[in-house]
Design a protein around this ligand. Structure first.
Ligand SMILES: Nc1nc2c(ncn2[C@@H]2O[C@H](COP(=O)(O)OP(=O)(O)OP(=O)(O)O)[C@@H](O)[C@H]2O)c(=O)[nH]1
Length: 326
C-alpha cells in the first residue's frame, strides 16, 4: 500500500469526519451564528444580505480577495436567477467554497509523488518550513507517526539548529514515534544535518525523510540562502530532492498566516501546505482563502495536539464539516 493509499483509506473513514467536525466546531458555530443573523427576517438574498455575508466571510478569515470573489459570484447568480431565497444560501455558499478549493485538494498531483516513497533506496524527502511556534515540529511528529504506523521507514532531520528547544523537541518526537532523528545539536550547520539525514535515509532504505528547518522571517535573505543551501546539499545525495516543500501555517493566526505564506513562497518554492490549530479557532476559513490565493494545495490540517490529530486535507470532508448542522 502506497502512502497515498494509506491516507486515502484514512480519508474515507468516518472517524476523520468526526474529528474534523470537532476540530472545526468553533469556526462552524461562529460562521453559522453570524450567517443566520445575516438572513434573519429576510426571504431573498438582496444587497443587504450580501453585505452581511461579506462581513461573515471576512470575520471567518477567508481573506478580502477571496471574499470579494465569492460575493461577486453569488451576486451574478442572484442577477441571473432573479430570485434566490435565503434558504438556498447555504447550498450556494457550499458550492462556491467547494469550487474555490477545487484543484487544491490533497489528492491533486500527490498520488504520483507520494507513491514514489515506495522506491527502495530513494526516499521521499519532505522539507518542512514555517516560522517558530506554528506547530512545525508537532506536525513533523504527527506525520512521522502516520507514516511509521503505515509500516513506512522514516528518518527525521533536526535542521532547525537555531533553537535548542526545536532540536530537543524533535528528538523527543522521534523517541515517542520510534524513528531515528539525525541531529548535530544547536547552532550547527543545518545543511549538514539535512545531508546526513538524507544519507541515512538512503542507507537505511527509508521510505520518507522529513527535514525540520528554521524559519526566521525577519531576515529574508538569510532564510532564502539557508533553504537554498539545504536543498543544494541534499541534492548531492538525491538529485531530485526535496520532493515536497511543506509550509506549515498556524490557522488560528488568520491574516498572519496569509503574510507568512506570502513571504515563504517568495523565499522558496512551496509545494504544499499544512494548516495547524484549526481546532480552538473560529478562523478556520483561512484554509479557503489561502488555498485560493496561493494556488498551493493544502495537504494536511492539524485539528488537535495528539499524535493522531493530523488529517490529509479533503475539500469535501472540509466543506461537509463546515456546513453540517449540529
Ligand atoms: N490545538 C492544537 N495545537 C497544536 C496543533 N499543532 C501544534 N499545536 C501546538 O502548538 C504548539 C507549538 O507547536 P510546535 O510544534 O512546538 O511549533 P514549532 O513551529 O515547531 O515551533 P518551534 O518548535 O518552537 O520552532 C505546541 O504546544 C503544540 O502542541 C494543532 O493542530 N492543534
Amino acid at each position: 500500500m502506497g502512502l497515498f493509499d494509506f491516507f486515502k483509506k484514512d480519508k474515507e473513514s468516518k472517524e476523520q469526519q468526526e474529528s474534523l467536525d470537532k476540530g472545526l466546531e468553533k469556526t462552524k458555530t461562529s460562521f453559522f451564528d453570524q450567517l443566520s443573523k445575516a438572513v434573519v427576517g429576510k426571504a431573498t438574498v438582496d444587497e443587504a444580505v450580501l453585505d452581511d455575508l461579506e462581513s461573515v466571510l471576512v470575520h471567518a478569515d477567508v481573506g478580502i480577495e477571496t471574499t470579494v470573489k465569492v460575493i461577486d459570484r453569488i451576486e451574478k447568480r442572484v442577477a441571473r436567477d432573479k430570485y434566490v431565497s435565503t434558504s438556498e444560501l447555504d447550498r450556494i455558499l457550499r458550492e462556491e467554497i467547494a469550487g474555490l478549493l477545487d484543484g487544491n485538494s490533497a489528492a491533486t498531483g500527490s498520488r504520483a509523488i507520494l507513491d514514489r516513497a515506495d522506491s527502495p533506496g530513494h526516499p521521499f524527502v519532505i522539507m518542512v518550513v514555517g516560522v517558530n511556534g506554528v506547530g512545525k515540529t508537532t506536525t513533523i511528529g504527527k506525520l512521522a507517526h502516520r507514516f511509521h504506523s503505515a509500516g513506512k521507514k522514516v528518518v527525521l532531520g533536526a535542521a532547525d539548529t537555531f533553537r535548542a528547544a526545536a532540536v530537543d523537541q524533535l528528538i523527543i518526537w522521534g523517541q515517542r514515534v520510534g524513528v531515528p532523528v539525525i541531529s548535530h545539536g544547536m547552532n550547527t550547520d543545518p545543511a549538514s544535518v539535512a545531508y546526513d539525514a538524507v544519507q541515512k535515509g538512503v542507507e537505511m532504505g527509508a521510505d520518507v525523510v522529513i527535514i525540520d528547518t528554521a524559519g526566521r522571517l525577519h531576515n529574508k535573505v538569510n532564510l532564502m540562502n539557508e533553504l537554498s543551501k539545504i536543498k543544494r546539499v541534499m541534492q548531492k545525495v538525491i538529485p531530485d530532492a526535496p520532493h515536497e516543500v511543506l509550509l506549515v501555517l498556524d490557522g488560528s493566526t488568520g491574516q498572519n498566516a496569509f503574510l507568512q505564506a506570502k513571504e515563504f513562497t517568495k523565499a522558496t518554492e512551496v509545494s504544499a501546505l499544512a494548516i495547524t490549530k484549526l481546532d480552538g479557532t473560529a478562523k478556520g476559513g483561512v484554509v479557503i482563502g489561502i488555498s485560493d490565493q496561493f494556488n498551493i494545495p493544502v495537504r494536511y490540517i492539524g485539528v488537535g495536539e495528539k499524535m493522531t490529530d493530523l488529517q490529509l486535507f479533503d475539500r469535501h470532508t472540509y466543506v461537509n464539516s463546515l456546513f453540517s448542522k449540529k
